[in-house]
Design a protein around this ligand. Sequence first.
Ligand code: ATR
Length: 300
Amino acid sequence: MPSRYNPRTMTDQYAVIGHPIAHSKSPLIHQMFAEQTGQDIRYTAIDSPLDGFAATIERLHEAGYQGCNVTVPFKFEAFQLATRLSERAQAAQAVNTLKFDGDTILGDNTDGAGLVRDIQHNLGTLLKDKRVLLIGAGGAAYGVALPLVHAQVFLKIFNRTEQKAKALKKSLLQALERSRSPAIFDAINQPSSKVDVYSLMNEGQPFDVVINATSAGLTDSEIPLPPGIFAPHALAYDMMYGRDTPFMKFSRAQGAQVADGLGMLVEQAAEAFYLWRGVRPDTAPVVAALRQLCQVPPSC
Ligand code: ATR
């Protein structure tokens, strides 16, 4: 235990580390969680130099911090730096939450759990046996793919560059093989029916849930999707928040229920808070407060 740290007298400290970090809503979210649950914590935002992430983590660890969240562009470095990884962090090949436990640095990834909980708990769409289309095969898609399969969906992956969708499928199947959860037995034994790559050329049934995990919304780019992709009462979920993306506009025009990623942001934070504190905050008032503060309409 570092000598400067006295656990009996200090408030437990956490931080979010990124570059840039000024825009981060995590300090506000965790402050609301702490007030609501009566947990005595301090949570700050730390801007790390691009070449100084490992040194930043070492400094926080030595100063007695209990853990931290990690955001762009350090999630892969955090994955490499962790001395122990959760199954979902291994599958994501990225870490967004670190927990310091003596000399151990546990790396976890709470993004997928946050997405699944937002869809099921907040938006009321049960995922078991649903046909889900995951669009994208970059870091964001890797972060949520395993938790989606654990929710027992039929998962199709669609990406502009099909090769990367195939690589994500392969990596996901490897993660499933490592996992011993009975929930994914089918996915291992019938991978082509439970997890597969989607091609625009495919004739197929429509989807119950379509998730946009691409960064196309950042540049207001359209994603070429065929009309008729949505089943009746389908949910279109954009992991981005704060803007009405072309994907959201397209989905709304096709009659889908549309959701942005603000709920996922709060839920992934709640999952990290639970990992650190063993207490699960009520996320609904926090999502509502953020929508009001940031003036993000319910399906912005
Ligand atoms: P992130 O961490 O946000 O996932 P990333 O790893 O760079 O970022 O991945 C970006 C994802 O968005 C990729 O799936 C990318 O598709 P490609 O693999 O074909 O590059 C997808 N993407 C970005 N811009 C896009 C666009 N205009 N149309 C369709 N897909 C897009």
